[in-house]
Write a protein of this length. Structure first.
Length: 142
């Protein structure tokens, strides 16, 4: 982001967003992942990829069963959805889950810089004056 600002030498607006309770509220469809694997994996790695998808799905299901009595205390809406915070697979799945969102941001909003680390998002807009009726409204309504 800083490189973008220094390179353009223009006034910019920087917007930082954290998606609230992201890990607690997403719902990964492992059947959809299975279909993507079947449609896109080379034959030599398909069996292993499907096996890993099944095991990760089982691990996430077991986590939900174990954590459900506790999670309802702080995040009642998340008893039936969400992914484990801290699991390596969760960060990978979260990034996969938001990949269409990333593409939409780049094509529809087209900021000078867009960066995302799972649920933390940074936008840089190179425009000397950003009116609420312009980019800001597009992001809010996105």
């Amino acid at each position: 982001a800083i490189d973008t600002v220094e390179k353009d030498q223009e006034n910019v607006a920087i917007l930082s967003i954290d998606l609230k309770s992201f890990y607690y509220n997403i719902n990964i469809d492992f059947k959809k992942i299975e279909k993507v694997i079947i449609d896109n994996s080379p034959s030599e790695s398909m069996e292993l990829s499907l096996y890993l998808n099944e095991k990760i799905s089982q691990m996430h299901d077991m986590y939900k069963q174990i954590i459900a009595p506790y999670i309802c205390v702080t995040h009642e809406e998340s008893v039936s959805k969400g992914i484990p915070i801290g699991f390596t697979s969760s960060a990978i799945l979260a990034n996969w889950y938001l990949s269409d969102f990333d593409a939409d941001i780049k094509s529809k909003i087209n900021p000078a810089y867009y960066g995302r680390y799972v649920d933390d998002i940074l936008f840089v807009f190179s425009s000397p004056s950003i009116q609420p009726s312009e980019k800001g409204k597009e992001i809010i309504n996105f």
